[in-house]
Design a protein around this ligand. Sequence first.
Ligand SMILES: *[C@@H]1O[C@H](CO)[C@@H](O)[C@H](O)[C@H]1NC(C)=O
Ligand SMILES: *[C@@H]1O[C@H](CO)[C@@H](O)[C@H](O)[C@H]1NC(C)=O
Ligand SMILES: *[C@@H]1O[C@H](CO)[C@@H](O)[C@H](O)[C@H]1NC(C)=O
Ligand SMILES: *[C@@H]1O[C@H](CO)[C@@H](O)[C@H](O)[C@H]1NC(C)=O
Ligand SMILES: *[C@@H]1O[C@H](CO)[C@@H](O)[C@H](O)[C@H]1NC(C)=O
Length: 269
Amino acid sequence: MRNHSFLFWVVLGLLVDGVFVSVTDEVKPVSVMKGDSVILSTGVSELQSDDMLEWIFGEVIIAKIEEKHKISINVFRDRLELDSQNGSLTIKDIANEHEGLYKVDIRGRSETSKRFNVTVREGMMNVSVMEGESVTLRTGVIEIQGHDLILWKFEDHLIAEINKETNQFILNDSGDERFKDRLQPNEKTGSLIISKSRITDTGVYHLQMSNSTYTIQRTIGVTVTAVSVSLRDLAMILGGGGVVLLVGALFALVIYCFKKCKKQRGGMI
Ligand SMILES: *[C@@H]1O[C@H](CO)[C@@H](O)[C@H](O)[C@H]1NC(C)=O
Ligand SMILES: *[C@@H]1O[C@H](CO)[C@@H](O)[C@H](O)[C@H]1NC(C)=O
Ligand SMILES: *[C@@H]1O[C@H](CO)[C@@H](O)[C@H](O)[C@H]1NC(C)=O
Ligand SMILES: *[C@@H]1O[C@H](CO)[C@@H](O)[C@H](O)[C@H]1NC(C)=O
Ligand SMILES: *[C@@H]1O[C@H](CO)[C@@H](O)[C@H](O)[C@H]1NC(C)=O
């Protein structure tokens, strides 16, 4: 009872003051891979015109919005992007030196403070397979939980959507002949398997994992190499008189080496 009335007076006091304070002390863990882009959300959908916003990395202010939405960004070179609507901070092409604590403070009619602990793991390498093998596009997470939404895109087309919140797994492989019946999502990790790969699967794939705290964007290059064609080529060479040429060339090489070595030895004596 005492606690409740205490809270009541605190809330009333804040309302009377015209300022609502919402401070989340919890540090949100954000685990990314090297090369990812990460968007840290303020949780505010729209900033007010008189809001002051500061993004702090460790002890350093890295981005801020002053009055009149003036944006000034220092350090991080051209890796940072600040959204003037909602204050979200994008860190592109993240590297080890960007690991650490990020804090956002918004002061105005409402006050918000959020902290993120960003850790950077080794990056996902591009994938290279032989035609017919399956390709696994990994999210890098052991189990999707907090990630509300996972989108997989090939070039600009959505090929899979995993919505953990609604427990929906949508594959866009029926309208598109390209991936017809060859896509298989891993419901636990959110990874996507493309079976019986074709040369036309070669290209750039985009992953987007997001929940209300942050969004991770990753690009994975996939190369599918034709095996059958090169084997056929080899068979043609071997079958079509190529053997004779090949043996001839080898023989010439041996003779050449033999002569050269003899010459060298002769010179030394
Ligand atoms: C903030 O704005 C960016 C760019 O307009 C958008 O991509 C993002 O979804 C927004 N975030 C939230 C939490 O609304
Ligand atoms: C940030 O995460 C790292 C790795 O998980 C951990 O060692 C560190 O204690 C965390 N820092 C804070 C302030 O939560
Ligand atoms: C967002 O995802 C992360 C990682 O799974 C999780 O720690 C965090 O609690 C999630 N946040 C929300 C609001 O679901
Ligand atoms: C599904 O894939 C087709 C072909 O690539 C594309 O035209 C379409 O826009 C995709 N659907 C969605 C919802 O993105
Ligand atoms: C991965 O593939 C993409 C697209 O094919 C390419 O632009 C990028 O340089 C590759 N990255 C690495 C590390 O090989």
